[in-house]
Design a protein around this ligand. Structure first.
Ligand code: NAD
Ligand code: TYD
Length: 354
């Protein structure tokens, strides 16, 4: 008999959000065994979890969620009781260059995991949960007003958001058809430590540090709703434990920024932190060709999560941004390691035509 009360399979734990979720679970719940399954793609970095290597309630397994036989074996080997599914191809620009990988991992991979859960738990759903982590991008784009609620119709525009929307539909279908005990959350843009520097905030911190141009897509007037990654991890913890079976929860901090305004605040913080002349980082701003199918505005209404489960963000954006900048500046080796190799080749393809 195992000493653990749960064996939770967390997929994509070596990535940005997954590493924060794993750290929270491993520290907070000593009676849970947390199994991190990750393929270690360009975005997966075990350095993100170095501090947990010796934790007795943590195990890392390298593997691919699309490999059905291997996944079923893993359920058996570790007697998996619950899944928190984060593994995904997650970058919109990459999805435009190569949609197939997104369909394989985000859609097929999700179905493979649910098939294994369904087979291994074999209809005895008591004490089990399949938690699917999704994005607000499935709802498409808002005009200048309004918010996404859990009732907003899906209307994805990028291959990334279409693949996430598709996986959400499959998760609901497995609940409605087979009774799989699922819960889904759709979160806004995250920022914080350990994010791969292809996404806006870490990319621009890296470029400012190295005096490289800041490629602003289109007119820079696109709006995103930003949430500190640790607050997302806290929300996942709450929803995993208390969310209603078959339910969806939107996660967001009511924190909208037009890209260009956010970039200007970031530039100011960077000038101060790097002891540079005020205004010097802003000079790096370079307007480039727009992203095709670029969604104008995302804004999440997370009232349901607050009212039902009592979750609220813990941090103001300015404070979170400063903490984030401090982390990247203090972890230059991390940044240099991930910006070498594979990532560089991608960067050149992505920005060559702009
Ligand atoms: P990420 O790209 O940083 O990490 C993804 C992880 O998944 C990596 O460690 C990668 O190695 C792993 N992975 C990829 N393909 C795999 C496969 N076939 N098998 C096993 N592992 C595989 O992504 P992230 O930003 O941490 O996002 C995590 C989840 O949260 C995703 O499902 C994403 O859609 C969702 N999400 C992200 C954001 C955001 O702002 N980043 C917002 C809302 C929701
Ligand atoms: P990103 O971090 O890629 O997240 P998402 O596309 O999932 O929202 O981009 C955030 C916003 O920043 C989005 O409107 C696109 C824009 N952007 C740029 O202007 N330049 C860049 O180099 C990147 C990566 C993003």
């Amino acid at each position: 008999m195992s000493d653990f009360s749960k064996h939770i399979l967390v997929t994509g734990g070596a990535g940005f959000i997954g590493s924060h979720v794993i750290r929270l679970l491993v520290h907070k719940y000593h009676d849970y065994h947390v199994i991190n399954l990750d393929k270690l793609t360009y975005a997966g970095n075990l350095e993100n979890l170095k501090d947990l290597e010796d934790a007795p309630n943590y195990t890392f397994v390298k593997g691919d969620i699309t490999d059905a036989e291997f996944i079923l074996e893993l359920f058996r080997d570790h007697d998996i009781t619950d899944v928190i599914h984060l593994a995904a191809e997650s970058h919109v620009d990459r999805s435009i260059l190569n949609p197939m990988e997104f369909i394989m991992t985000n859609v097929v991979g999700t179905v493979v995991l649910m098939n294994a859960a369904k087979a291994y738990w074999s209809g005895n759903w008591n004490g089990h949960r399949f938690y699917h982590v999704s994005t607000d991008e499935v709802y498409g784009s808002l005009g200048e007003t309004g918010f996404f609620t859990e009732e907003t119709s899906y209307d994805p525009h990028s291959p990334y958001s279409a693949s996430k929307a598709s996986s959400d539909h499959f998760v609901r279908a497995y609940h409605d058809t087979y009774g799989l005990p699922v819960v889904i959350s759709n979160c806004s843009n995250n920022y914080g430590s350990h994010q791969f520097p292809e996404k806006l905030i870490p990319l621009f911190i890296h470029n400012i540090t190295n005096n490289k141009p800041l490629p602003v897509y289109g007119d820079g007037k696109y709006t995103r709703d930003w949430l500190w990654v640790n607050d997302h991890a806290r929300a996942i913890d709450v929803i995993f434990h208390a969310g209603k079976n078959g339910s969806t929860y939107n996660i967001g901090g009511f924190n909208e920024w037009q890209n260009i305004d956010l970039i200007k605040v970031l530039c100011k913080v960077m000038d101060t932190k790097l002891n540079r002349e005020p205004g010097s980082s802003e000079k790096l701003i370079t307007y480039v060709k727009d992203r095709p199918g670029h969604d104008l505005r995302y804004a999440i209404d997370s009232t349901k999560l607050k009212e039902e489960l009592g979750w609220e963000p813990s941090l103001q954006f300015e404070e979170g941004l400063e903490k984030t900048v401090d982390w990247y500046l203090a972890n230059e080796t991390w940044l240099n390691n991930v910006t070498s190799g594979n990532y560089k080749a991608y960067y050149e393809t992505q920005y060559a035509q702009r």
